[in-house]
Each structure stands twice: as C-alpha cells, then as structure tokens.
Design a protein around this ligand. Structure first.
Ligand code: GKR
Ligand code: MG
Length: 450
C-alpha cells in the first residue's frame, strides 16, 4: 500500500503518541524503503491468555487446568494490524514487551532485519512477532500467508490425531485445582478417563469418525512401555487397514526398553518412532538396532544441532515448529536441509489456539518437504474457547483447508480474547507445571526413566 508522505507523517505521529516513542527518520538511506512505501510498525500489543487444557498425560506429568499463550498484535502506520500467537507464560510476555523498542518504525516486510536481535530475547518471541508482521504484510498486499511463503504446494493440509492417555475432567483433583478460576465445578470436556489400551483404541476410533484422521500419534511415556505397545496394537486392530500410527514417549524410555519395545512393534503400521530416548547418540543406537524410522522434536530443535545430527544420524523425520525453529522463515529454510540429509519433515505441536492453527496450516501448505501429517492439539480446545472469530477452524477428512483471506485469514474475536486474558489475570498459573499437577493426582509419581 502506497501512502502519500503527508499521511505517513500523520499516522507516524499518531503511532508515536500511542507508543510514546520516536520513529526513525524516513529517508532514501533506509534499506527497506528505497522509494517504496510499506506499512511501518507503530505499536506492539501483547495479550497473555489462559485457555482450558484438559488433564492429558505425558512423560512430564499432567496438563491443565489451562495452557498459556501470548497473542501479539503489530500495529502499523497504514492502519493495518497483524496478528500472531506464541508460547505463553510471564517470561515470554516480558520478552515480547522488551522487543517493542527493536521493531518500532520498521517495515513489516523487512522482519529479517530485526530477526537476530529479537531472537536473542527468545525464539518464541521472534516467532510471534514475525507471524504478526507476515499477517500484516498479507493484509497489505491482499495475499495469503501461504503465498508469501512461496506456496501453496498442497491444500488441504493433512493433520494427525494427537491421542493422550488422560484423566476424566470431572476427577475431584482436577475440579478442585486452585489454579482453576472459571466455571467452578464444571468439567472441561466429556471424554472420560483413558488409561488402558481398550479405552485408547475407542478414543482413536472416535477421532477417526469425528474428524476423519488416518494418522494417529500416541503420546507415550505414561503407562508401562509394554502396555503402550499393546495400546498401539489395539488401535491398529480397531482402526483397521489404511491408518498409520506414531508413538512418542518424549525420551522417557531407556535405550534397552526402546530397543525391546521397538522390535516388538514389528508388524504394526508404524509411520515413525518419535523420541523414545533422549539425545542424538541414544536415538541413533535405537534406530540402528530396530531398523525403525525415527523422528524428533527433542534432539534436533535448533540449527546448531544439525551438524551433529548429520554425523550421528539419529532420525529419518524432523519435526519443525515455527515457535522454536526460527519462525516460519526458519522452518522454510529447513526444507532443503532435510532434502540434503535425506529426512522427511513433519510438524510439532504444543497446545495452541486458532491463530497458531492457521499459521501451522499455511506453513505446511508452503513447505514441499513437509509431507507427513502435522501434529496438532487443536481438537482438545473446547469449541467455545478459541479466540478467533466464528467457529473453530474445521478438520475434515483428517485435514484442514488453507484459510481464505489475506495474511493468516483469521481475525481475533475481541470478547473471547478479553475473556481469556481475564482468566490469565485471575489464575495464579504463570507457567506450565505438568509435574506439579501429576504429583497431586498420583502422589508417588516421579517421572523417572522406564
Ligand atoms: O503437550 O504433552 C504435550 C506434548 O508432550 C508436548 O509437550 C510435546 O512437546 O507435543 C510435543 C511432542 O511431540 O513431543
Ligand atoms: Mg514429540
């Protein structure tokens, strides 16, 4: 969008009043201007939120009662506001606030210019700001995020059913959790308890019927390893042919356990074996001994880890995540690296709301190498809890269609955002503490290796 110089100064002055800061000079020496006009950042709004998180179990304990996120809004002199979502918690809110002075006055197209400095405040900090800039850039050009990233290369984007053992949401300890500050006494959902192979197979079948998934990821590292293998067998039987399985014990197994259970999984339709053990060397040992395809979002999570991985060969599939792997720019850059390494790509998920969901789908729609179905926690978010306008983004036939509309193609629902922020302000929860909640549910629990 081209703004006459006069309007630029007027909007810039308004932005300065709002932010209490001065904008850098507008001149031909600005590398991102050179005679063109682009929306410049006049303000940064950070809204910490808490959204309901049911009692899902993992190697580190139990989720809930909320997951925390930060919603980022980048205001510009063109009147366009770009939206992003990133990792939650007080530390990230503070980092984002600190980033404000690094980005004010910069073009939303030229986010790579401040990437290095903002990344020093945390990968998640950069990711949220980059996303908001890209959303603004999409709105300024009338282009979808997927197009700005060089796609689409696929539409719809395949997603995996992310299955967790869990407690029932009406468990007395869950209902009495002092961190819970809304809807007292009301269970978050009605999935019930799932802590056996049979109940997990039934839940997988419901995910298949409700959302059409054909790829199923079991969050392991919770029950005894052999029970988790039996769970996969029960799921394979219940789901029938044409469905793929994954298991992810998040590094809670020893190498001998991982090799023994891995060998015993022969014959199951296993797509890949994710992080059964911790560290690249241990992963490589399990990979060699079992011959299974291995994947990670734990031992290769930064560009600095790639050199060792190319030597040690711990994986066949790399999970990217814009929140820790250098934003969307970092994940796109991983594509050719994975080609060269002979790895496929998948996408990691932590709890998230609809802004991140849209971002993940645009990203997967733009990376040719991202052929595996992306993980997503989105089905666990209660229908009325999302912060975007309208209903939740729809999953059909195990996939999500690329959102229409410029940028991310979603808008914030101001009432829902305000409600989620109010919950954040009221709850004493300021970081994820799965172990703390788990010790209340199972007092003898230590989370040690299995
Ligand atoms: O949400 O419990 C969870 C997951 O275990 C998450 O924390 C992991 O980071 O989804 C993740 C994974 O694939 O390891
Ligand atoms: Mg994982």
């Amino acid at each position: 969008m081209d703004l006459p110089r006069r309007d630029w100064f007027r909007l810039a002055a308004l932005g300065m009043l709002a932010s209490g800061r001065t904008l850098p000079a507008l001149g031909a020496d600005d590398p991102d201007r050179k005679g063109r006009s682009a929306p410049r950042i006049t303000g940064l709004k950070v809204t910490p939120i808490a959204l309901p998180d049911p009692p899902l179990l993992n190697a580190g304990g139990c989720h809930g009662p909320y997951f925390l996120r930060n919603v980022v809004e980048v205001e510009t002199d063109a009147g366009i506001v770009g939206v992003g979502e990133t990792v939650g918690g007080q530390g990230m809110t503070t980092a984002l606030e600190k980033a404000r002075s690094l980005i004010l006055g910069k073009s939303v197209f030229a986010y790579r210019g401040f990437a290095r400095e903002v990344r020093k405040l945390g990968e998640g900090c950069y990711a949220g700001i980059e996303l908001a800039c890209l959303d603004a850039a999409g709105k300024a050009t009338g282009r979808r995020l997927v197009e700005l990233l060089g796609g689409p290369v696929r539409d719809p984007v395949p997603l995996a059913a992310y299955l967790f053992y869990r407690y029932s949401a009406d468990h007395p300890t869950i209902l009495a959790d002092p961190n819970r500050v809304d809807s007292p006494g009301k269970p978050m959902d009605d999935w019930g308890e799932v802590r056996s192979p049979e109940s997990m197979a039934a839940m997988a079948d419901t995910f298949r019927k409700r959302w059409g998934f054909t790829v199923f990821k079991l969050k392991g590292g919770v029950l005894a390893p052999d029970v988790e293998r039996e769970t996969l067998a029960a799921m394979a039987e219940k789901l029938g042919p044409g469905n793929l399985l994954r298991i992810d014990p998040n590094g809670r197994w020893t190498v001998p356990t991982a090799i023994r259970v891995g060998k015993a999984m022969a014959g199951l339709p296993l797509e890949y074996y994710e992080d059964p053990v911790k560290g690249q060397t241990a992963m490589a040992e399990v990979r060699k001994a079992t011959g299974l395809k291995m994947s990670t979002n734990m031992c290769v999570t930064r560009f600095e880890h790639l050199a060792e991985a190319l030597q040690v060969r711990p994986i066949d599939v790399l999970l990217c995540d814009l929140h820790y792997f250098g934003g969307t720019a970092g994940c796109v850059a991983l594509g050719p690296v994975c080609d060269a390494a002979g790895w496929a790509m998948s996408q990691h998920s932590n709890n998230h709301a609809g802004v991140t969901m849209a971002a993940m789908v645009h990203l997967a729609g733009a990376i040719p190498q991202l052929t595996a179905a992306s993980d997503t926690h989105y089905p666990w978010l209660p229908d009325d809890a999302d912060i975007i306008e309208g209903p939740k983004l729809a999953i059909k036939n195990g996939a999500m269609t690329l959102p229409e509309g410029p940028g991310l193609g979603i808008s914030l629902d101001r009432d829902k955002l305000a409600r989620a922020n109010e919950v954040y302000r009221k709850t004493p929860m300021r970081r994820r503490d799965d172990a703390g909640l788990m010790r209340k549910l199972e007092p003898g629990w230590t989370g040690g290796l299995l």
